[in-house]
Design a protein around this ligand. Sequence first.
Ligand code: ATP
Length: 489
Amino acid sequence: MADLQTIIAHAKEYGFVFPSSEVYNGLQAVYDYGQNGVQLKNNLKMLWWKAMTQLNENVVGIDSAIFMHPLIWKASGHIDGFSDPMIDNKDSKKRYRVDHLIERKAELLEAEGKKAEADKLLADMDALLAKEDFAELLQLILDTKITCEVSKTSNWTEVRQFNLMFSTEMGAVADESNKIYLRPETAQGIFVNFLNVQKTGRMKIPFGIAQIGKAFRNEIVARQFIFRMREFEQMEMQYFVRPNTEKEAYDFWKEKRMKFLQALGLPAEKLRFHDHTKLAFYANAALDIEYEFPFGFKELEGIHSRTDHDLGSHQALSKTKMQYFDEDVQEKDKQRYVPYVVETSIGADRLFLATLCQAYTEEKGVDANGVEKTRIFLKLPPALAPIKVAVIPLIRRQGLPEKAREVFEMLRYDFEATYQEKATVGQNYTRQDLIGTPLCVTIDHQTLEDNTVTVRYRDTTEQVRIAIADLPALVGKEVSVKNILEKLK
Ligand code: ATP
């Protein structure tokens, strides 16, 4: 697999991802999607949406607002708990997450063969973090002689909590009373609409609500390109179940989500489950699905069994009953209850990065003159490709552009198609390979005589001659989302 720098350079060069506000030297951990990136991202989101809502009869979608009542973040625990202990180095002004800083030291100790010392350090850290004993955490950093990687000094500030939520004011007057937050996750919009959807959709438990939307976190350590951003997009699904049936739902979604990622072309050997050993106090099971990025196995998606914590907290704070009345059970069994929730949550941007890393292919071969060459192409599943088909006239004369335009016109309504007449056919093939276009259609002199064209396949570079009349069916078959969604059966 290519390294991350190669992927970043390719993403920039071919219109997938640009640093935000680049002409002003960028804005850290914020990115813009370019002309090809937006298509790929939309295709990923569309497939997730279809996989969730179209292929599960009991899952429906919503689109809730980014701004929400501030008490929502009180109920969810984000105001009090969504923070990380941080420390600043006074000399370099660099800010660190305390756990990351100590973990780095433990890694260094282990590399020096001091495994026991490293283990003790991590155990001490865990105990102090659990107690939120910040004074002792600072002491631990000083005692272990941890230094800043930039200034090389141990001139540290106090350890402080740093909330990851962005805030702003709503209305004309800026004061504490109208402070609101940019949502740090989309899930809460689903919880507070649970009753609306259940009643208006006459949903019967178990059922799910899915949503795709922006989320914002003031991440401290924001590195690794679009893996960790301050503004990102989540695709979340909350599945509401009868208490004591959550284990079944958890296992069901765990398998289903893994299948989805594999159907998108991420290979089984690069995906793994990682069970959480430390659970949040309300959770009774949690895992990550990790993908092997160029920088190692990292979380791509989270699956959490959250009991009735979320609906229960909103019920308590809003004084609105978040209950479900189960007509299908006997009166002696509990008919009225606050449902339990199993959630699946994946970052659209992380999935984009995984897909791009996976698709990037360098293939060694020889050209027509016998010279060794490396061909670079994006081996995207055709349904995901930003452009599905490129239509190219062999030359820009003798009626070929006109004929090619006719073919383009025939395809553009159903497929993301592009018409390309500048540069040679070969150069166009190369260009389309680099953005992952699965099919190129070339119009030549023979086309004018017998209405046939050459179709060139991206992955094999194989070329076949077919009738123009057969093109829509061929393109449709190649790029159909069914090729992916069928694998979820
Ligand atoms: P991490 O441990 O990597 O910070 P998390 O456990 O906080 O992630 P969740 O709150 O479970 O993440 O969010 C669900 C999903 O949202 C993650 O699996 C990830 O794909 C995505 N996500 C979370 N934070 C970010 C971010 N800052 N940038 C991009 N995607 C993110």
